[in-house]
Design a protein around this ligand. Structure first.
Ligand SMILES: [Zn+2]
Length: 276
């Protein structure tokens, strides 16, 4: 007898709960704009979820069927979001310091401008997180150049090419004077005429059996990828008459990605690019 009473109670409670649920669902559907048919509360509930999820991905196809109000809102939102993004992206790219105008040409005929200022330099020894080694302690490069070099060596490392050693970087005027006076004629550039005085150029090497960096896998990778990071092989083979220097597989110069790709893909020199 008691059991039967209990059962009735449970059935009654279940009915009450069900009725409550129906009321909640009806209220929810009418609040959404009353467009949804009462026959499909589950569909209404599902559409509650999908617009929110779709709003982020900007999938417009989900919004065509519901009320014009919401589709207008979401299309306004989605068009506002991406359009500000796309309009800001090219601006950022064009305003980036890519040295688009004309790269600085330094060679035996073109010296550094009198007022040349290499700007902010990175003390490379202090950068413990770098992805290459140093041949000596006193190494500096312009910040943008260092960042590009390190990214390049990190990517090489990720592809299994390791062991790069930076052998030379920025040279202050006094050091170039010393080098020029110590080296046999024609090897070092006269003071004021070396790319190493700009903070835009470096010499790089790697361990090799015969000491010829140009024969190493590290050189092969560098030659193939340097332009992607804004660097050019400054003194290529067969261009000695144009550059005024013999082939130097170790010397790279930063000119920015766009110009570097143009120069390297055409097998040009900086002299040819600058029309000089
Ligand atoms: Zn060099």
């Amino acid at each position: 007898m008691k059991k039967k009473q209990d059962r009735y109670f449970y059935i009654f409670a279940a009915l009450v709960a069900l009725a409550l649920l129906c009321v909640i669902l009806i209220v929810a559907v009418t609040n959404r704009g009353g467009n949804g048919s009462s026959a499909a509360p589950s569909g209404g509930a599902a559409s509650d979820v999908s617009p929110a999820a779709g709003a982020e991905s900007g999938d417009a196809s989900d919004y065509d069927s519901p009320t014009p109000e919401t589709s207008g809102e979401t299309s306004g939102e989605t068009s506002a979001g991406p359009s500000t993004e796309t309009s800001s992206l090219p601006e950022d790219e064009s305003s980036a310091p890519e040295q688009k105008e004309k790269p600085l040409l330094i060679n035996k005929d073109h010296g550094l401008p009198e007022d040349y200022d290499p700007g902010e330099m990175v003390d490379i020894l202090a950068r413990k997180d770098r992805h290459f080694q140093l041949a000596h302690a006193d190494m500096k490069l312009q910040t943008e150049v260092y960042e590009a070099l390190d990214r390049m060596c990190a990517d090489a490392e990720a592809q299994g090419v390791t062991g790069y050693i930076l052998t030379d970087s920025f040279r202050p005027r006094e050091e170039q004077e010393r080098l020029y006076s110590e080296m046999p004629a024609g090897i070092a550039a006269p003071p004021g005429y070396s790319e190493h005085e700009t903070g835009l150029a470096f010499d790089i090497s790697a361990y090799s059996k015969n000491g010829d960096f140009g024969e190493t896998p590290q050189f092969e990778w560098l030659y193939a990828h340097c332009a992607e990071y804004g660097f050019i092989l400054r003194y290529p083979q067969g261009k000695e008459d144009i550059t005024g220097y013999s082939y130097e597989p170790w010397h790279y110069r930063y000119v920015g990605v766009e110009i570097a790709k143009e120069i390297m893909s055409a097998g040009m020199t900086l002299e040819e690019y600058c029309g000089d």
